[in-house]
Design a protein around this ligand. Structure first.
Ligand code: HEM
Length: 330
């Protein structure tokens, strides 16, 4: 239902409401449309509304820009109904004065119900935990209390300056040169000799040496696969002990060594031997099996020197000494 003041204005539009005159309406309309005199004298129309009828401070609309009803309508006798917000605001005030709605509603089922709990209560747990025995009579069965921490027994925590400090200059602590992972600083001066094909002894526990560039185990493996003649012979031969002794690697002779009845030319392997050329030469011109097995029995001689095979050991009379024959090798 509209407020009662709305009805009054509706009736005023019909011209039948007492107490509302056309004078009021025209005065109201004159606020919206300035008189011609005001238009001509001033560039910006200054509107001075009647404080009794219009309260511009309460309106967010500007009277200069918002179109309003023209007074011509009032002159014809039919006034445009105008609505006042006063009555509406008063009703809002009344609503604000009302207490907040109660929840649940006063006539709701929750309020009218006589039973306080509509839902059934949850079942009670059947398992009952027995109470813990009271630690009264037998304190010896209980766990002993934790030891008291005496500050004097605690080791003092290291300060960040002591434990977390990383030196910015110099070598890191406990980070010496890794064995056989690169040339140590003390051997750098010997690098030109190493490039000349000489091996350099390094101070490591297993007696490995610094191999010259291009003589790593991988380089040797590649050389074995290169199909080059590494044995120095064009076909497998029978080697007598005297022949083996003559080929000892000295005076321009090749270095042969026997292992399990087979003879190998170790000459091309000398610069590749991880234990050093000198160590390997100790087996030249004789059976090297004993030395070999003393140092590194895990090394596969056959695989390492397969392409260096010269032949088999025979007696001085040419008799076969081992199980295998040259035909078997072929
Ligand atoms: C003639 C056949 C030989 C072959 C094919 C051979 C091969 C090898 C190989 C592959 C290594 C490296 C082992 C590894 O890294 O674990 C090595 C190391 C070594 N070899 Fe030989 N070697 C031979 C003979 C000898 C002989 C006759 C000696 C000594 C008299 C010797 C002394 C050493 C030493 C001292 C090392 C370094 C220590 C080690 O790696 O355990 N090698 N050799």
């Amino acid at each position: 239902h509209p407020p009662s003041t709305w009805k009054a204005w509706l009736f005023n539009a019909a011209g039948t409401v007492p107490g509302t005159t056309s004078e009021n309406i025209s005065r109201y309309a004159s606020v919206e449309q300035p008189t011609p005199a005001e238009k001509t004298t001033e560039a910006e129309p200054q509107i001075q509304p009647d404080p009794e009828t219009v309260d511009l401070s309460r309106s967010s609309l500007s009277p200069q820009t918002t179109p309003k009803a023209t007074p011509a309508d009032t002159q014809n006798g039919t006034a445009i109904p105008t609505f006042s917000l006063e009555a509406h605001e008063s009703s809002e005030d009344e609503e604000e004065d009302l207490p907040p709605p109660s929840f649940p509603a006063l006539n709701s089922a929750q309020r009218t119900s006589t039973q306080p709990n509509l839902m059934a209560p949850p079942p009670k747990p059947t398992l009952v935990v027995p109470p813990l025995p009271k630690p009264t009579s037998a304190p010896s069965q209980l766990m002993p209390p934790p030891p008291r921490i005496v500050p004097s027994n605690l080791r003092p925590l290291p300060t960040p300056s002591q434990s977390m400090h990383i030196p910015t200059t110099g070598s890191l602590p406990n980070r010496g040169p890794v064995p056989n992972r690169g040339p140590p600083i003390s051997n750098r001066a010997l690098a030109p000799q190493a490039t000349a094909g000489l091996t350099v002894k390094t101070p490591n526990a297993r007696g490995k040496v610094l191999l010259s560039p291009g003589h790593s185990p991988l380089d040797w493996a590649n050389l074995q696969r290169s199909c080059k003649n590494l044995s120095g012979v064009s076909y497998l031969i029978r080697v007598t002990p005297s022949q083996l002794k003559q080929n000892n690697g000295r005076k321009g002779k090749p270095a042969w060594s026997s292992y399990q009845g087979r003879v190998y030319n170790i000459t091309p392997y000398l610069p590749f031997h991880p234990g050093g050329e000198g160590e390997l030469r100790r087996a030249a011109g004789k059976d090297g099996g004993k030395l070999f097995m003393e140092v590194h029995p895990w090394v596969n001689w056959e695989n390492m020197l397969g392409e260096c095979l010269v032949g088999i050991m025979v007696s001085e009379e040419g008799e076969q000494m081992g199980k295998g024959t040259l035909e078997d090798m072929d």
